[in-house]
Design a protein around this ligand. Structure first.
Ligand SMILES: *Cc1c(COP(=O)(O)O)cnc(C)c1O
Length: 401
């Protein structure tokens, strides 16, 4: 029950324990990670040292691919792939408007054109039928995103790619540990991409990874991340235009220690997701048996039967009668109760610069917009307790009632 003196307690700075802040996301770093980082700091190899290869090999094994290339962020990984695949001015890449902006920005960095295909209303992943309709003679690649940790519909996507001779870049940044028909995320296209920002399943602070079975593509990515140098050639020999997208050994050591804990991290996240699914009033009452008028007002992402989910964030969608204004009111209500939350995602085609570039208007991708305007990401990380989840759900229910 909510204490009626809550406001007073806040004003006196005496927050009751039950009202401590619950953050939206939080990295999970143990002494093992701290020791691994400190160990690197005692060596002279802070970059381009042995931890890079160790992290890459362990990561390739975890995803089930032959090659992994560590870079400085998930965005850098996407950019390097677009460049390595020779995608440039005049080329089109079909991708989803319901994603983090990096999955479209990487195409713009190379002066190519992102072409959006709307999403499925229930899985929130790119809709293969809309991809098919978006393909033109200029299309070079399909860039699906494994949204919130659910692999996209790869059977259908691979079929389209085969028929039109397109390469598939899988943005698997949110899906480390997920699988589609037993094949792990990151191994589902011609190349996969991961990011290790602190809200991801594993973190390196900042960092990213490219995964592929194509050794030539991996070699080109290694050159591009390192100023266009070739392996084993001189420090000042640059056969091509490259970038400094290297991931320091300090970060690689952190990533290696996190990767060793992957199963533990993923199962803790899955447990929290299970608690939300049990507590949320989806199709029923508010988990308390009181059956409040919130039944049926929330929807969850539909998980396709042939995927294994790796939970990245936990998102609820308000049902259609709710408006974007209602959603924003719920967000600010949760925040004033000390509960971290966010809209997830904002449609990419409506970001001001992309809107201007592509001449987009509200209504262009109606399914994406209908979902994006009603989503709420709830606190989701390793350290949440069942009581935290109950408090979040109770607050959400009272804001919807
Ligand atoms: C996290 C993420 C990225 C990469 O982000 P960085 O911050 O550059 O590591 C790319 N695409 C999606 C869908 C993401 O969620």
């Amino acid at each position: 029950m909510k204490p009626t003196f809550k406001g007073e307690e806040h004003s006196r700075g005496l927050k009751p324990a039950a009202d401590r802040e619950i953050p939206l996301a939080r990295p999970n770093v143990t002494p093992a990670e701290i020791d691994a980082v400190v160990e690197v700091l005692r060596t002279p190899n802070l970059s381009l040292g042995p931890k890079v290869g160790e992290f890459e090999q362990a990561f390739a094994r975890a995803v089930g691919v032959r090659e992994a290339v560590a870079v400085s962020s998930g965005t850098a990984a996407l950019h390097v792939l677009i460049r390595a695949l020779g995608i440039g001015p005049g080329d089109e890449v079909v991708t989803t408007p319901f994603s983090f902006v990096a999955s479209a920005n990487c195409v713009l960095y190379e002066r190519a054109t992102p072409v959006f295909a709307d999403i499925d209303a229930e899985t929130w992943n790119i809709d293969p039928a809309k991809i098919e309709a978006a393909v033109t003679p200029r299309t070079k690649a399909i860039l699906p995103v494994d949204v919130f940790g659910q692999p996209a519909d790869f059977d259908a996507i691979r079929d389209i790619a085969r028929r039109h001779k397109l390469v598939i870049i899988e943005d698997s940044c949110e899906a480390l540990g997920a699988a589609y028909q037993g094949v792990r995320a990151g191994a589902l296209g011609d190349a996969g991409v991961f990011g290790f920002y602190p809200n991801k399943q594993i973190t390196t602070g900042e960092g990213g990874m490219i995964t592929t079975n194509d050794a030539d593509l991996a070699a080109m990515c290694r050159s591009l991340r390192n100023q266009g140098r070739d392996a084993g050639a001189g420090w000042l020999a640059h056969p091509r235009l490259g970038f400094n997208y290297r991931l320091p050994d300090i970060n690689c050591a952190l990533g290696l220690a996190q990767l060793r804990r992957l199963d533990e991290l993923l199962s803790a996240r899955a447990r929290v997701a299970e608690w939300y699914i049990e507590e949320l009033p989806v199709g029923g009452g508010c988990g308390t048996g009181i059956s409040p008028p919130t039944a049926g007002l929330l929807q969850l992402q539909r998980i396709a039967p042939n995927v294994r989910m790796s939970w990245f964030v936990f998102v609820v969608r308000l049902a259609d009668p709710f408006t974007e204004q209602d959603r924003d009111r719920v967000l600010s209500g949760l925040r004033s109760a000390g509960i971290g939350c966010s809209n997830y995602f904002a449609p990419i085609h409506l970001q001001p610069y992309i809107r201007e570039l592509g001449g987009y208007r509200p209504g262009d991708f109606p399914v994406c917009e209908a979902v994006a305007s009603r989503t709420i990401a709830l606190p989701f990380h390793h350290e949440l307790t069942r009581d935290d989840v109950r408090r979040v759900v109770a607050e959400l229910c009272s804001l919807l009632a």
